[in-house]
Design a protein around this ligand. Structure first.
Ligand code: C2E
Ligand code: MG
Ligand code: MG
Length: 562
């Protein structure tokens, strides 16, 4: 019997994999492994029989968990250990990380020689089909349902609903109260859908989409029905909820789509829906936002998001970084630059970041992209700039989605370590939406970053209503005043007063200031007079690739500005 036949026989003897449970068996003499088909399918592995499966699998494991995994497997291969038991995050075929518990054991012959390494992988993502708070199907089940509809080429309507003022409700009444609210709302949604007509559960199902979000998917409702449901529920949430005798008014946000494009994968639909919810919450006071072809060019948007996701999964295809100088306002000396991400791919052309960052922010893949940006920016800056100009600062934009992740701190520190990048040369720009985060949490994160020597700037300063509150309460190093404040400042008295006041306030608080969008010498002269610390804008250079950046005739890279 050949090695592979034997392996197959042994494998089949003990394999009893289910949807969320996989089995693997490795012949330690030949290094050949056999893995369950459902695992191969779910994670997009090269085949059920693999050579060096440990290395292939390692590629799927989250970078933070990888080292420990590698250590355990190496110990087994070197005969130093007989057992493997670890829970890690593994990336599936669609790019989403799922939690897996992997247990394995070395099987030895009578003489104690290692023969096989066999074990199971339990996929917890698959296991949790019901949410224990709302008793509704989970987000995972929702993704599976959308995947099925796509495979069957069935058109459907999807409605996402978010409870807006939930944090506040939780803070005032406690978590238990918040959980009861989620349960009650989920029940009402389900009840409402059930009472809308007689159909199979597959034709209209309700899901808990994570956090305070719900989703309804239907192959039988039309767009008017979806709007009616949303209005009815909004009315219910605002006026008719009572929990433990306490009446409570909840504001809803909503987004919806008619999905009839079967090229689009379920993750794109999900992310676009969450993005629509954000727009509904932050820009449209809870109005129902269509995120598909209903009217605008947003159908293209969903196609582009799909392409962006595929590119992130495909080794960040089409992504690159540009660098824009930041100079001293006193004498235009170069002090650093801001790294700005770009994405360009045919037939979509060059899609600007202020579009695609907002589109991707709700997608789990965005975090992978942000780590790529960190790594690429630091590596490039170290190689091209720091070598000869060790004092120049690199600014990198960070969105609230990144900071909000528990692993953010560790990831950032391990990238600094991996690249051996001096933390004093790094400044993180917190972009506008960070202001929606819990102030105390943000404050702690900034203190942590600063304790590691990293500088922190508040980007887009002045564009939000709470800018002054943030300036006063957060221990930031720099504010970056948005371009909109200085556009035409030479001719606009009101802008002059406002900018002058902001700059003075920052100075008195010991906070540095960068003014963006300096396009002309006369603008520069005004801001110089007002005492801005540093300036950035097309007057000095547009964002350019690093090869062009080092060629800029700016004082500070060893050349004089002329
Ligand atoms: P931002 O961080 O405020 O970046 C400044 C934006 O203003 C850049 O646009 C830059 O090209 C533009 N700009 C700079 N000087 C001038 C000027 O003199 N005139 C004009 N008209 N524009 C000027 P860009 O590169 O399109 O980026 C837009 C936004 O996208 C950024 O705003 C930032 O919020 C976001 N972004 C860009 N790269 C990243 C990134 O790597 N990560 C994250 N999270 N966000 C990013
Ligand atoms: Mg910025
Ligand atoms: Mg900015």
């Amino acid at each position: 019997m050949s090695n592979i036949d034997l392996l197959t026989k042994v494998f089949e003897a003990f394999s009893n994999s289910s949807e969320g449970r996989y089995v693997y068996l490795t012949d330690l003499k030949t290094g050949i492994s056999r893995w369950s088909k459902n695992c191969v399918d779910r994670f997009g592995l090269p085949g059920e029989v693999m050579q060096n499966a440990g290395d292939i699998w390692e590629e799927h494991i989250h970078p933070i968990d990888r080292e420990e995994y590698h250590g355990q497997i190496q110990a087994i291969m070197e005969g130093k250990s007989d057992e493997h038991n670890m829970t890690y995050r593994a990336k599936d075929k669609t790019g989403e990380y799922v939690a897996c518990t992997c247990k394995g054991r070395v099987i030895r012959d009578d003489d104690g020689n290692p023969l096989y390494f066999a074990g199971t992988i339990e996929n917890h993502g698959v296991a949790s089909e019901y949410d224990h708070i709302t008793n509704l199907f989970t987000r995972f089940k929702l993704l599976g349902h959308l995947r099925e509809l796509k495979a069957q080429k069935k058109e459907y309507y999807i409605l996402f609903i978010g409870l807006c003022n939930f944090t506040e409700i939780n803070n005032v009444n406690g978590y238990e109260f918040g959980n009861k609210l989620l349960k009650l709302f989920g029940e009402r949604l389900l009840e409402y859908v059930k009472s809308s007509g007689s159909f199979d559960v597959k034709e209209a199902s309700v899901f808990h989409a994570g956090g305070t979000k719900f989703a309804l998917v239907s192959t039988v409702f039309d767009s008017q029905k979806i709007k009616d449901i949303y209005e009815e529920l909004s009315d219910f949430a605002r006026h008719s909820i009572t929990i433990d005798g306490t009446p409570i008014s909840v504001n809803l946000a909503g987004s919806c789509a008619h999905v009839d494009n079967f090229e689009i994968d379920e993750h794109t639909v999900f992310s676009s829906g969450l993005m629509g919810l954000d727009e509904s919450i932050y820009e449209k006071h809870g109005e129902l936002i269509p995120f598909d072809s209903l009217g605008t060019d947003s159908h293209d948007k969903i196609v582009i998001i799909n392409a962006l996701r595929n590119c992130i999964n495909n080794n960040f295809e089409g992504f690159y970084l540009c660098f824009q100088p930041i100079v001293s306002s006193v004498d235009d000396t170069l002090l650093g630059s801001e790294a700005l991400v770009r994405w360009e791919l045919e037939p979509y052309g060059n899609v600007p970041p202020n579009k695609f960052i907002a589109w991707l922010e709700n997608d789990p893949l965005f975090y992978d992209l942000s780590l790529w940006i960190f790594r690429t920016a630091m590596r490039t800056w170290k190689e091209y700039v720091l070598k000869d100009n060790p004092s120049l600062i690199l600014n990198i934009n960070v969105s609230y989605i990144q900071i909000d992740k528990q692993c953010f701190r560790n990831d950032l520190l391990s990238i600094l370590d991996e690249i051996d990048f001096p933390s004093g040369n790094l400044c993180l720009e917190l972009t506008e939406r960070c202001r929606f985060m819990d102030l105390e949490f943000l404050r702690n994160e900034i203190i942590f970053l600063k304790s590691h020597g990293i500088r922190v700037a508040l980007d887009d300063f002045g564009t939000g209503f709470s800018a002054m509150e943030l300036l006063i309460n957060l221990p930031i190093d720099t504010i970056k005043i948005d371009r909109s404040f200085v556009l035409d400042i030479e001719n606009k008295k009101e802008k002059q007063h406002v900018v002058k006041a902001i700059l003075e306030c920052a100075r008195n608080l010991g906070v540095r200031s960068t003014v963006e969008g300096i396009e002309t010498k006369s603008m520069r002269d005004v801001l110089r007079e007002y005492g801005a610390s540093t300036l950035q804008g097309y007057l000095y250079s547009k964002p350019v690739r690093i090869e062009d950046f080092v060629e800029l005739k700016l004082d500070g890279l060893g050349r004089n500005n002329d």
